[in-house]
Design a protein around this ligand. Sequence first.
Ligand code: ZN
Length: 474
Amino acid sequence: MPETKYKKDEDFNEWYNEIVELADLCDKRYPIKGMNVWRPYGWKLMNHVDRQIREEMEKTNHQEVYFPLLIPESLFKKEEEHIEGFGSEVYWITHAGTNELEERWLLRPTSETAMYPMFSIWIRSHADLPLKIFQIVNTFRYETKQTRAFIRVREIHFFEAHTCHVDFEDAEKQVKEDREIADRLLKKLCMPYIFCKRPEWDKFAGAFYTISIDVLMPSGRTLQLGSIHQYQDNFSKPYEISYETEGGEHNYCHQTTYGMSERILGALIGIHGDNKGLVMPPAVAPTQVVIIPIIFKGKEKEVLDACEILSKKLAEKNIKSHVDNRDISPGTKYYDWELKGVPLRIEIGPRDLDKKEIILVRRDTGEKKSVSQDASIETITVELDNISKSLYENAKKFLDENMHRVQSVEEAKNKKGIVELPWCGNDDCALEIENILDGNTLGEPIEDDEECKKYSCPMCGKPAETWMRFAKTY
Ligand code: ZN
């Protein structure tokens, strides 16, 4: 089978760009940089990921909404830190037709400032809480760095959940639930991840704290897929989101948000793909099983019928399959579906049918085997499960091998991936380490860990308060 021009383990970034185009995920030739066209296969894939997100939202009693794309400047300006954080990334609308607007509007970079004035109207009493809503929409950020499909774009396909609670503790429970949602979702996508509590200088503008969800890409750089924010009452005060308690007092709500973007797709492509193309985790593969009829003269009908029957049986078990009966060679079909990353390929020919067998080929390992036609549905189900497991295990192995806990910056320098160093808590020390490593501060692990207290900060020599993670990032 032909392989990509660029090899994943030699030139990851070029390989990534090549795969995105070859597999028909998006078209970057649209004349605004960073605003790419989603092609049918890419959009389908995104929809499958979104479906998993919607399922999780439903399970956890979030309601889906849709807010306007445009936000008036006056609303956006209510929370000071938020403006400072986003000001330079915003697209402004200044005219409607030939009229200059009295007040400028902006394209949402995220929706806090669109939603919260409405929350202030909706929420009256403690009985209205918790309020848990989400939307999956496009957001806009003016990126000045080099754009990259799904990873750094200016029009972003974005999931955002917003919640309001009676107090800080209830909002903390939401943060915990969000972490569980992230865990279930990313396990389905066979992607190991780390949670990092972002340092103060890098938390979301306006947040009390931010937990990032990061994955490690094969290039050794981390990619932030999303974040979970605890706002306390930082937004509810300026936006006047308050409620009446049972005792008749008026309190401000405590709020959280949870956001993720199309970067999930970027991670899927990068982590699981290989030199033949994409490798889709079965849970989100638009086609989970492709069935290829091996046609011989005089046996066409017999073979095609067997393919269709199998496809119907799979549909009954909610396994998405496709019979590729195009009039082209089987080899060309194999190539196409390998590129698209379909997890399992089935070949059915007259000789197999004589033996009452079919042939299964795994996309991830290339492993090929004959199985009895009678037991095929069970075997296919098991194989799909095996594929998910081994995709996750391989990615986990890579992450584990590339997370290094070290005590000195010297040791950290030579490591690929993520390093954890003991840190005193002083911003300057972390920023200096960033400089030396030519990387970024990811944040602290969220799990309590006393071990770091045995060590001292490599910069100032003071006792460490926590581990701090550093990596090169996208
Ligand atoms: Zn220090």
